[in-house]
Design a protein around this ligand. Structure first.
Ligand code: SF4
Ligand code: ZN
Length: 306
């Protein structure tokens, strides 16, 4: 196969785009995809101050590399989840990357917050990935709001987005469907959230990291086994294999036609958002779910009276 742009030998085949690229043209292709993702959904501009949520995996480090190359002002934040054998190498990958690329970085240790993930797992009667996701969303939002950043960017790719969309459609979860997309505006104490990698597949971000020489953390979280999103991803991977390009079509169709009725219904009956009485984070209950997790952990630690 020949490179679509320069006709040299192709190094990366992209069946979903019915094409292939040599190394240099593939890197250029990925940059153009990210520019298109930012522009088409109005994610941010060069005037924004962008906080990057960096996990140490391929998607978040590729995002940091790409936004830096495209000239955006970026600052990183990493959450050290406190998971044995997994969190330390992930944190080291982020620290190495940011030091090498001159990106300022803040690290928040969940153990310092009383929320190390293994402790949460032991104390909470809820799937750990759901609890972990809630904690991460709250702490990233807090970092963006308290740091005065205009945008919070995460490295969610097309596979993440389509597997979440698939799960939301299976449950017909109207609230989640109304809120899903590459951009959620700021409001009610929430920072503006964006996903500049939404047009790129996992394969494309992995190939980008490999060809750009980005060293990322590859180890899987020990708690990811059996998580529902991994099953949804493999279902959609099977669909993509038989019909290349279907994942992007599924997501683009949702953005263009599928989301609107859910947004209209949400606008007609908005859910009241108030500050949590314990921590001030925006929530639709009196006490936010992270504070309820803290309470459950504290109850477990209470000395038993004899
Ligand atoms: Fe958290 Fe689950 Fe991801 Fe592990 S796999 S980091 S527990 S969301
Ligand atoms: Zn709270």
């Amino acid at each position: 196969m020949k490179c679509k742009r320069c006709r040299a030998r192709a190094a990366v085949a992209l069946p979903s785009h019915h094409t292939g690229f040599c190394e240099a043209c593939f890197l250029e292709f990925v940059e153009r995809q990210v520019e298109k993702a930012i522009r088409s959904q109005g994610l941010f501009s060069h005037a924004d101050t962008i906080l990057l949520a960096l996990s140490g995996g391929k998607d978040s480090l590729a995002m940091a590399h790409l936004l830096r190359r495209l000239g955006y002002g970026v600052h990183g934040v990493h959450l050290d989840l406190g998971i044995p054998d997994s969190s330390a190498p992930a944190r080291a990958a982020v620290e190495r990357f940011c030091a090498a690329h001159g990106i300022p970085l803040d690290v928040v240790q969940l153990a310092d917050e009383g929320l190390a993930i293994p402790l949460v797992k032991d104390c909470i009667n809820r799937p750990i990935c759901s609890a972990c996701g809630t904690i991460k969303r709250q702490l990233f939002n807090r970092a963006a709001v308290q740091g005065g950043f205009t945008v919070l960017a995460t490295g969610h790719n097309l596979d993440d987005e389509t597997s979440r969309l698939f799960a939301n459609v299976i449950r017909w979860d109207a609230a989640q469907l109304a809120d899903q997309g590459p951009m959620l505006p700021a409001g009610n104490g929430f920072a503006k959230k964006v996903k500049p990698m939404w047009r790129l597949s996992e394969f494309e971000t992995a190939a980008y990291c490999f060809l750009a020489g980005i060293e990322y953390h590859m180890g899987a979280c020990p708690y990811s086994r059996g998580a529902s999103f991994t099953g949804h991803k493999s279902l959609l991977a099977g669909l993509e294999e038989t019909s290349p390009g279907q994942k992007l079509q599924f997501y683009l169709g949702f953005l263009e036609f599928g989301r609107q009725p859910f947004r209209q219904a949400q606008a007609a009956a908005p859910c009241a958002i108030v500050p949590c009485t314990q921590c001030g984070h925006p929530t639709n209950a009196e006490c936010c779910s992270v504070c309820r997790m803290r309470e459950a952990i504290a109850r477990r630690d209470m000395p038993v009276e004899l």
